[in-house]
Design a protein around this ligand. Sequence first.
Ligand SMILES: [Zn+2]
Length: 302
Amino acid sequence: MYKKEVETAMSTKDKSKDHNICVVIIPPTDKVRRLTVPVRFLKAAIAVGLVAILIFSSILISHGKLKAKYKAKVSEMDSLVEENKNLEEQIALVDEKSSEIQDKITELENLKRQLEKMAGINSSSRGTSLTDRNRSTSKESLRDVEALEKKLEAKEKEFKAFVEEIEERFEYLETVPDQWPAQGRLTSTFGSRRHPITRRTDFHWGIDIANSRGTSIYAAGKGKVVFSGYKSGYGRLIIIDHQNSYKSLYAHNSKLLVNVGDLVDKGQIIAKMGSTGRSTGTHLHFEIHYKGDPVDPLTILK
Ligand SMILES: [Zn+2]
């Protein structure tokens, strides 16, 4: 019975402790103060504090997250800006390259035209001209440049073949006996004439060029000497086979400077002018034969 009373008393005592809390303030100079705070109020204050801490920390966390997100966005933007810069640089490079290619193609076209002119070829229809292409290539894409490079490659291939062809053409032109064989006066042309010695009308199979004795006689074209010696009527004679169906003949020379079998270039001195054979004065009698038949040299000489 006593025990129960004690417990009841204790619980009553505890209960009375629940209601208030006593805080004693001891300032260094002033009197001691007693502050009584209701426990309920303290609990509420702690709860409010906890909630405040929770809210604050959640704000801090989300702020941190936002900051990280912002940082990621900024770096993403930075890389985009960098990428754009690289792209712009690439576009500039592409423009430069396509412009270079265009220039090269134009150069090739011009060179080709010059060579065609030199070789006497008229082939404006050959190949495709790219020179008239629009040159404003500021927005050319890489694919366009690739296409241009392919075109240039094709153009260079075409040009290489053309150069080979033109080289052959030049080689052929070197063999055509079209260079004047001597300096002097043209005293007789190809065709019917009254012969200066026989006084009979006959056919003159060449042209006569008169000048002083010893005047240089030049090979009219590149070829091989097939005759170098004396022949009745022609006197000291040279015959060159140009190995392209043409042969040229140089008569009445005073001196022969090349031998049978010699390879001569166009313009090479092969003899000296004279009046050997059936001749009335110092001159060169010059003939050109095409596929065995004499042709008028004035239609071939340039
Ligand atoms: Zn003659």
